[in-house]
Design a protein around this ligand. Structure first.
Ligand code: UD1
Ligand code: CA
Length: 495
C-alpha cells in the first residue's frame, strides 16, 4: 500500500496543560511507549512520501523521539493552534504530494487499518477533506461534527463554542483527517483566532471548505476507542489499559495462557512462545523474550530478559537483563540483576541475588545467597547464606567456583578466590585463599564443649532469685519496685 502522493503531518507541539506535568504531553507513556511513538508507528505502514512531526513545547526531546523513528521534525514556535501548526508545516511538504494526512500526537489507539481505510474513502470520494469521526456515549471535550439536513458535514464546532443543541451531538472529531492540499491552503490562510483560546483552529477550515462548495466527508470509526485523545492523566490510564489488553490478546491468540489478563503489563516488543503460562500481576518489560512452556509466577517482573524453553519463574521474582537456560528455575523471591546467566537446569531459590554471574548447568543456590562477579560450575551446590564478597570498597573481584563443589551454609567467599572442582567447604567458613580441587576447606574457629557449665549456671541463677533479707519495712511500693535485687557476681560467667 504505497502512498507516494501523500504527506503525513503529526501535530505534537502543544504543551498539554491538562496533564499538569513538566513533561510534554506526547512524551507521556501508555502501553510502554511515548504517545507520539504510537502515532508515528501507526503511520509507517502507509509508506507515505514523508512523515512530518510538528514540535514546539520541549522541541528537542520531542524531536529526538520523532527522529529516532525516521520522521522529519518541523518546529512551531510559538504554538498558535492546530491550524497554525499546519501553516508552519507547509514549507516542509514536498511539492509532489497532493494529499496530507493530519493526526494529533496524543491519539495512541488508532490502528493502521483504520487510517488506511480513511485514506481510501478520501480518494474514492474525491473529497477536499475527509474526517475520521466517532460516535461516543460521552462526547465531552471533543469537537462535534455538525451535519446538515441531508447528513452532509457542515462544520466542526469546538465544545467551548457549541450551542446546547450542538453539545448534544455525539459524533465527534478525532483530529485525524485527509486533506487535498490545493483545497486546504486557501482556507488555512483565511483562519482567524476568533475563539476562547485566541488560536487558529484547523477545525474551522472544515466550514470554510463547505462555504466554497467543496466535498467534505466524515467516516465513522468502527471502534470508537481508537480515536481517543489523551489530554489528562485519566485518559492516559484509559489508553494504557486498552494497549495492554491488545498486547495480552495478541499473545493469547498466539498460544500463551494469561490468567486475569487485565492485571498483567506486557510491553509491545515482548515475545512468548506457545504454552507459556503467565499468572496474574506479572510485568514483562522491554525486549523480554520467553520460550515455550515457561511459567511466570504471580507478581514477577521480567525486564530485558531472555528465557529458553520450560523455564519456571516462581512468584515475586525480579529479573533484569538476565538469561535463563532451558528448564532453569528461579524464585520465589529471587533477584537477578544485569548479567545473571542461569544455565540449563540450574536452580536459584528464595532471597538469592545474582549479579553478573554464570551459574552453570544443574548448579543450585536455593536460599539466602549473594553471587556477584562469580562463576558457579556445573552441579555445584551452594548452601544457605553463601556470600561472594566481591567488593572491597574500591574495586570488584571475581569468585570462580568449579564444578561439583559443595559449599556449606553461611560461607563467605572473599574475592578474588577460586574453588577447585569437587571441593568441599565447611559451613560457616570465611574463605580467603584458593581451595584446591577435591579438598575440604575449614575456615572457622574450633568448637569447645565445657561439660556441666549450663547446669551449674542454672543452679547459680536459682540461688540468686531467693529474696534478700529486708532490714527496714517497706516505705512505699514505688521505691521497692524501682530497686532491683542486687545480683551477686555469677561464678561461671565466661571462659
Ligand atoms: C482537538 C480538536 C478537536 C478534536 C480533538 C480530538 C482543534 C481545535 N480541536 O482538540 O476538535 O475533537 O482534538 O482529540 O483542533 N498542537 C500543535 N500545535 C498547536 C496546538 C496543538 O501541534 O499550536 C497539537 C497538540 O500537541 C496535540 C494536537 O495538536 O497533539 C491536538 O491539540 P489538543 O490541544 O490536544 O486539541 P484538543 O483540545 O484535544
Ligand atoms: Ca487532544
Amino acid at each position: 500500500m504505497a502512498a507516494a502522493d501523500t504527506t503525513i503531518i503529526i501535530l505534537a507541539a502543544g504543551k498539554g496543560t491538562r496533564m499538569r506535568s513538566d513533561l510534554a504531553k506526547v512524551l507521556h507513556r501508555a502501553g510502554g511507549r511515548p504517545l507520539l511513538e504510537h502515532v508515528v508507528r501507526v503511520c509507517q505502514p502507509l509508506k507515505a512520501a514523508q512523515i512530518l512531526v510538528v514540535v514546539g513545547h520541549q522541541a528537542e526531546v520531542v524531536g529526538a523521539v520523532a527522529e529516532q523513528l525516521d520522521a522529519q521534525v518541523i518546529v512551531q514556535q510559538p504554538q498558535r493552534g492546530t491550524g497554525h501548526a499546519l501553516q508552519v508545516a507547509r514549507r516542509a511538504i514536498r511539492r509532489s504530494t497532493k494529499i496530507a494526512i493530519v493526526l494529533p500526537g496524543d491519539a495512541p489507539l488508532l490502528r493502521a487499518e483504520t487510517l488506511a481505510a480513511l485514506l481510501d474513502t478520501h480518494r474514492r470520494g474525491e473529497a477536499a477533506a475527509t474526517i475520521l469521526s466517532a460516535e461516543l456515549p460521552d462526547p465531552t471535550g471533543y469537537g462535534r461534527i455538525v451535519r446538515d439536513a441531508e447528513g452532509r458535514v457542515q462544520s466542526i464546532v469546538e465544545e467551548t463554542s457549541a450551542t446546547p443543541e450542538q453539545s448534544a451531538i455525539r459524533e465527534v472529531n478525532s483530529s485525524i483527517y485527509c486533506f487535498r492540499l490545493e483545497k486546504l491552503w486557501p482556507c488555512l490562510n483565511a483562519l482567524r483566532p476568533k475563539n476562547a483560546h485566541h488560536e487558529l483552529y484547523l477545525t474551522d477550515a472544515i466550514a470554510m471548505l463547505r462555504e466554497r462548495n467543496e466535498r467534505v466527508l466524515a467516516q465513522i470509526a468502527p471502534d470508537s476507542n481508537e480515536i481517543m485523545g489523551c489530554n489528562t492523566r485519566s485518559h492516559l490510564a484509559d489508553a494504557d489499559r486498552v494497549l495492554r489488553a491488545r498486547k495480552a490478546a495478541e499473545l493469547m491468540d498466539s498460544g500463551v495462557t494469561i490468567y486475569l489478563p487485565e492485571t498483567v503489563v506486557i510491553d509491545p516488543e515482548v515475545t512468548a512462545d506457545p504454552d507459556t503460562v503467565i499468572e496474574p500481576g506479572v510485568q514483562l518489560l522491554g525486549k523480554t523474550r520467553i520460550g515455550a512452556r515457561c511459567t511466570i509466577g504471580t507478581g514477577s517482573i521480567l525486564n530485558e530478559t531472555r528465557l529458553d524453553d520450560d523455564v519456571v519463574v516462581m512468584p515475586h521474582s525480579n529479573l533484569h537483563s538476565s538469561h535463563l537456560g532451558a528448564r532453569a528455575q528461579v524464585g520465589p523471591f529471587s533477584r537477578l540483576r544485569p548479567g545473571a546467566d542461569i544455565r540449563a537446569g540450574a536452580h536459584i531459590g528464595n532471597f538469592v541475588e545474582v549479579k553478573k554471574s554464570v551459574v552453570h548447568e544443574g548448579a543450585k543456590a536455593m536460599h539466602l545467597t549473594y553471587l556477584g562477579d562469580a562463576s558457579v560450575g556445573a552441579r555445584s551446590n551452594l548452601g544457605a547464606g553463601t556470600i561472594t564478597c566481591n567488593y572491597d570498597g574500591v574495586a570488584k573481584y571475581e569468585t570462580i567456583i568449579g564444578s561439583g563443589v559443595f559449599i556449606g551454609s553461611d560461607t563467605a567467599l572473599v574475592a578474588p578466590v577460586r574453588i577447585g572442582d569437587g571441593a568441599y567447604i565447611a559451613a560457616g567458613s570465611i574463605i580467603t585463599e584458593n581451595v584446591p580441587a577435591d579438598a575440604l576447606a575449614l575456615a572457622r574457629s574450633r568448637q569447645v564443649n565445657k561439660l556441666g557449665w549450663a547446669k551449674a549456671r542454672r543452679r547459680q541463677l536459682a540461688a540468686e532469685k531467693k529474696p534478700p533479707k529486708r532490714s527496714k519495712p517497706r516505705t512505699s511500693r514505688r521505691t521497692s519496685r524501682r530497686k532491683p535485687a542486687r545480683r551477686a557476681k555469677s561464678k561461671p560467667r565466661r571462659r
